[in-house]
Design a protein around this ligand. Sequence first.
Ligand SMILES: [Zn+2]
Length: 79
Amino acid sequence: MIRVELPVLVFIYLFVFLSAIFSLWIVYEWLRRRRERETLRYRIQCTICASIFEDRSDTLLARCPRCGSLNERFRIGGL
Ligand SMILES: [Zn+2]
């Protein structure tokens, strides 16, 4: 068995533990952002009545369900 001093052992344990938590956190954050972006992708705000609606079709212009005007597709919140 390799002899390691106790402080070094504690340090290695802490390092492994913290890096595991950190990487899990990164993965969860990444998944959350991807999910958020996916829901925002189809969200359109009407330029006439300012209502926000979802349009999952692939047409260039989306029709507002409230006032019936055509809206250009644009991204909300970057990314
Ligand atoms: Zn509208």
